[in-house]
Structures are given as structure tokens and as C-alpha cells.
Design a protein around this ligand. Structure first.
Ligand code: FE2
Length: 376
């Protein structure tokens, strides 16, 4: 699934021995896939796409696939006790298990990754139905998260073999989400560089940005972050690790509650953040709020922007600028009982960075939430 962004020069030194077309899908293991699908339809405007479960002869798991433009989410629950899916949910709560990468050759991708040091998760195998065939293979990444390589050039079906079209009558309108802009992993203290090296060596990514605790710290907490990107810039993975602070950092809080490393947030792009966030808010999605005073100085900090400040202030949308332009972004509160995964909504107007200028205001907002949770 490609992102329609121009390729900045900075990606040019990624070693492209591992051509990736984009993110194919994200699979979340969840306690109740049916209700989760309803939530992503109702609250986030995803459209029904495909189903696998008892009705398709699958007696192990039930999965709903929902789609919005180029973003595909697979929501999977177990149909009985003692399964891998169930154990994952018991340990981590709802969360991302699979980050699937779209490739032209899943056997080559697997062999190359394993040769370069990746731990095998799934040897290449082919599944077929009347719509063609799909080759899949997989490797482990941080925590219990895995990457599955999906080769679908010989497949015309709705999603994957084993899935049928899901065509319910209930179809809330989409809200303008377009593609996965970036996806962030939280890893254990001291292990950020190891995972940056993993993406470099195994998948040929290049490091494009790094932040240290001087960039990202408040009175209480700090974190370190490095961003890696694949060669064509369509896949960007910031990797965070906690840094020493006076109190528990949000990254430590995540690691404690997720019981290990995992996906912290999925940033999804829109072309009209004001209308997207208005709609999300109306549909009950809750966002982190920064103090209103943030908006008193925002134009001093970022200069002139196309949008009026009033709706940004009202909705809580943040603005940041880099050398190439500006961006607008906002973060949801965690979307499950544990304070773990959340979404970011982002609109880029030239900027290729991640909103560093907002980190301090944001982290202070997160700390206020942590205070309420009693986990700071
Ligand atoms: Fe982000």
C-alpha cells in the first residue's frame, strides 16, 4: 500500500536489497473482533472488506478486515481457549501482532532477511483459492511483534485466501484517513540501537532522524527515539526507548502494561485534518489535549499556515514546522483498557519530520493522564 509522497533525498542511502512496496495490513489481536470491527467502522470510518471465521470453515479464529483508502486492519480473536492468539491477548491486551509488508517476492524477502540475521517466524508458504495464490513468509521483530511478507501479485480476491467478502448493511461513512504515515515501536531500555541495527541490516532501512533526552524531556520524563525508513520512504518506523527521568516515563508505562516491547502508535494520514478530527470527535474518539495557551504562541513558533487557528484550538490539533514545510497532528488517548496503543492523525504540508516541536507540550499532557491513572 503506497504512500503518495515524494521521495526526499535523505532516503537515498538506504540499501535497497529489500524492496518493499508498502504496508500491506496491520493485524491486531483483540478480545472481541466483532465489537472491535464495529468500533473501527463507527468511530474511525473504516469500511467492511473481508471475514474469516466459523462461516468460512475457520474454527480457530474469527477475523474481520476493515479498510480505509490504503489502510487495512485485520481484527482477530480466538474461538477457543489455549490458542496463540488468546495467549497474546492475555499477556499484552489488545495490540498489534502483525505488521505485514507488501513485497513482490516473499521467498526472496524471507531468505534475504534470515540470511542477514532475522529470526524466522514463518517459512514461505503458498495458499490458493479460486482467485489466485498468495505467498507469505515471516520474521520476528521487537517483542512478540512479527513482520509478514505478503506477495499478492497473482491474487485477485478481496483480501487473502481463506477470507470471504464481508458485506454488512451497516456502513458508516469514512472520515478521510488515507494511509499509514509511520508506525512507532516502544522497546526496552537500552535496546533501541539494537532494533535500529536490525532494520538497517536485515531490511536495508536507513536511519533518518534521532532524538535524545535533551530533545524529548519534561520535568519528569524522557525518552530517546530514532526513526528508520525503507528505501522508497513509504515505510517509516520510529523506535523509542525510555530514558532516565525523575518519574516513570510514558515508554516505561507502556512496557509495563504491554508486558514487553510492542507497537505504541499508528500514525494515519489525512488531507483535511480539521474535518477528520471533527468527525472523529463527533463519533466519540478522545484525544490528548494541550493547554489552550499552546495556541497563543503557535504562529510565533511555526509562522504562517493555511488553516485558521480557531478550529485547531477548538479541536486540539497541534502544528510543527521543519525545513521543508509544516505538519498538523493530534494523538488519541489509548484505545484499550491498558495505557498502551493509540493513534495519531497527521496531515503533512511539506514537512517530513514527526512533530518534535510538540513533544514537550504533548508529554506534559500525557503526564497529566498518567497522574490520573496513578502510574507516573
Ligand atoms: Fe508519531
Amino acid at each position: 500500500m503506497e504512500t503518495p509522497t515524494q521521495l526526499p533525498k535523505i532516503y537515498a542511502d538506504a540499501k535497497d536489497f529489500m524492496p518493499l512496496n508498502g504496508t500491506d495490513y496491520l493485524e491486531l489481536y483483540v478480545g472481541n473482533s466483532r465489537q472491535a470491527a464495529h468500533y473501527y467502522q463507527t468511530a474511525f470510518g473504516f469500511q467492511p472488506l473481508a471475514y474469516s471465521g466459523l462461516a468460512t470453515g475457520n474454527r480457530e479464529t474469527e477475523s474481520y478486515v476493515v479498510v480505509q483508502d490504503k489502510i487495512r486492519l485485520v481484527l482477530t480473536s480466538p474461538l477457543k481457549s489455549g490458542t496463540e492468539v488468546g495467549k497474546h491477548i492475555d499477556m499484552h491486551g489488545d495490540g498489534v501482532r502483525v505488521v505485514a509488508l507488501w513485497v513482490d517476492d516473499a521467498t526472496y524477502a524471507y531468505n534475504t532477511a534470515v540470511e542477514k540475521g532475522a529470526k524466522s517466524f514463518l517459512e514461505p508458504y503458498t495458499t490458493e483459492d479460486e482467485n489466485g495464490k498468495v505467498v507469505r513468509s515471516g520474521i520476528h521483530t521487537y517483542g512478540e511483534t512479527v513482520h509478514i511478507f505478503v506477495e499478492r501479485k497473482d491474487y485477485q480476491g478481496v483480501f487473502l485466501p481463506g477470507f470471504e467478502a464481508w458485506e454488512p448493511n451497516y456502513r458508516p461513512s469514512s472520515i478521510g484517513l488515507k494511509y499509514v504515515d509511520h508506525m512507532v515501536g516502544n522497546v526496552e531500555l537500552g535496546r533501541m540501537n539494537e532494533w535500529v541495527d536490525f532494520y538497517r541490516n536485515v531490511l536495508g532501512f536507513t536511519q533518518i532522524i534521532s532524538f535524545d533526552d535533551k530533545d524529548i524531556s519534561t520535568e519528569y520524563t524522557a525518552l530517546m527515539s530514532k526513526v528508520v525508513s525503507n528505501g522508497n520512504g513509504r515505510i517509516k518506523f520510529p523506535i523509542n526507548e525510555p530514558a532516565e527521568g525523575r518519574k516513570k516515563s510514558q515508554i516505561e508505562e507502556y512496557l509495563d502494561f504491554y508486558e514487553g516491547a510492542g507497537v505504541q502508535h499508528i500514525a494515519v494520514a489525512t488531507d483535511d485534518i480539521i474535518s477528520t478530527v471533527k468527525e472523529l470527535t463527533a463519533r466519540g474518539v478522545e484525544f490528548l489535549r494541550v493547554p489552550h495557551t499552546y495556541y497563543d504562541t503557535v504562529t510565533d513558533r511555526v509562522g504562517k499556515i493555511d488553516e485558521d487557528i480557531a478550529p485547531l484550538r477548538e479541536l486540539g490539533i497541534l502544528v510543527d514546522r521543519d525545513d521543508e514545510g509544516y505538519l498538523l497532528q493530534i494523538f488519541t488517548k489509548p484505545i484499550e483498557p491498558r495505557p498502551t496503543m493509540f493513534f495519531e492523525i497527521i496531515q503533512r504540508k511539506g514537512a517530513t519530520s514527526f512533530g518534535k516541536g510538540n513533544f514537550k507540550a504533548l508529554f506534559e499532557a500525557i503526564e497529566r493522564e498518567q497522574e490520573l491513572r496513578g502510574t507516573l
